[in-house]
Ligand binder design. Structure first.
Ligand SMILES: [Zn+2]
Length: 382
């Protein structure tokens, strides 16, 4: 009996320790064009706005790590090459390396057991660490993030822009066969794309053009911040236990599809429900129709160029489900099939694949223009 009372008291204590009567609200985080990056929970407390630490990794740095020790109330964030040491309820912070210390006018708080940082941390300190300018409009509850080296000119913004993502890179080799690595092979295709794209009207952005390690989050952040981009294509090579499996394939993300295990590498398939529940961003689901359209265009283009049947599959795709534009994943051939592998190594095949990809993007652009004109005529959506 008394144990239950003590338990009850402990629970009450734990709650009051976290209890802030701050006003819960949402704020929108937008890019330089006012387009929403995310909508996040915020709390109005002690006369200022507080945001959860997760905002840092979702908006600024996918590689951010945080460590919180409840006993000492110490919070350490590793962002960029810096470590920032906070203590919950204390205004002074320490930045390593260098041992520099700064004082915030509002201390970090623990709200519902999650560390929250005052808005001034985002508007004043983040710009000193990253290449972003950050401003906050209290009335609109809107935080705007502008990349300091925004080199895009008006002319470029008018071009139809597509993102081509080349899988793996750096430490992540992808699949391999006979000493050939997927990360290198797709990079050779990237070089062809760059050569072929230069004298076309469309603009191509690459997530990588060198052998660098990129995590899925980096690719997603890169892509969603390029608000001028109208579509996303991730390029990979496939691998199967069956040497008979061959040819090009196109994949569309469909979180509701139960078509699992078709042959993709495990890291390209994801669990559709591991989104942090605090945030309610857009989902790839709303682009399902246009992604299917993009997949169909690619399928026909590949079939024309290579004279072989190209299949389109739908399944939950880790890489793509957080890309907020029409998006597909293309497997340009099987490393496990000797004929495919031989072809994949040839410059001629890679050039043909590059041209087919670019032509498909141009073809999709035509459809896109037609559709946009149609939808602006019947403007009454939502
Ligand atoms: Zn891959």
């Amino acid at each position: 009996m008394s144990i239950r009372i003590i338990q009850l008291l402990l629970v009450l204590l734990a709650f009051t320790g976290d209890l802030y009567f701050g006003q819960a609200q949402f704020i929108n985080i937008v890019d330089e064009n006012g387009k929403q990056i995310i909508r996040t929970d915020a709390v109005l407390e002690r006369g200022t706005t507080y945001l959860p630490v997760e905002v840092l990794s979702l908006v600024f740095d996918a590689n951010l790590t945080q460590k919180y020790i409840p006993l000492t109330k110490k919070l350490t964030l590793t962002l960029g090459k810096k470590q920032i040491h906070f203590r919950i309820n204390a205004t002074s912070i320490q930045i390593e390396p260098g041992g520099e210390s700064t004082v915030l006018s509002h201390p970090p708080l623990l709200i519902k057991r999650k560390p929250f940082l005052p808005i001034e941390f985002f508007t004043q300190l983040v710009p000193q660490i990253y290449i972003f300018d950050v401003s906050y409009n209290t009335t609109l509850r809107r935080m705007q993030v502008i990349e300091k080296i925004s080199g895009s000119t008006k002319n470029e913004a008018d071009q139809f822009t597509a993102i081509i993502d080349f899988g793996h890179g750096g430490k992540d080799t992808g699949c391999h066969q006979n000493g050939i690595l997927e990360k290198d092979l797709v990079l050779r295709l990237a070089e062809r794309i760059q050569m072929e794209a230069s004298d076309r009207t469309i603009k191509i952005l690459l997530t990588r053009d060198s052998d660098t390690t990129l995590y899925a989050k980096d690719r997603i952040r890169f892509s969603n911040r390029r608000t001028e981009a109208k579509l996303f294509i991730s390029v990979h090579c496939n691998m199967s236990f069956s040497p008979k499996k061959k040819g090009l394939e196109v994949y569309v993300n469909n979180s509701k599809s139960d078509l699992l295990k078709i042959g993709l590498e495990p890291n390209e398939i994801g669990n559709a429900n591991d989104q942090p529940s605090l945030f309610k961003p857009l989902t790839q689901d709303q682009f399902l129709d246009s992604s299917r359209q993009l997949a169909t265009v690619l399928k026909h283009q590949f079939e024309d160029v290579f004279g072989q049947k190209v299949s389109v599959f739908e399944l939950p795709l880790n890489m793509i489900r957080n890309i907020y534009m029409p998006a597909v994943l293309v497997e340009i051939g099987y490393f496990s099939n000797p004929l495919d592998l031989k072809k994949l190594k040839e410059n001629q095949f890679l050039s043909q694949a590059a041209v087919a990809l670019l032509q498909a993007i141009e073809r999709y652009h035509e459809i896109f223009i037609t559709q946009n004109n149609l939808s602006s005529i019947g403007e009454e959506v939502q």
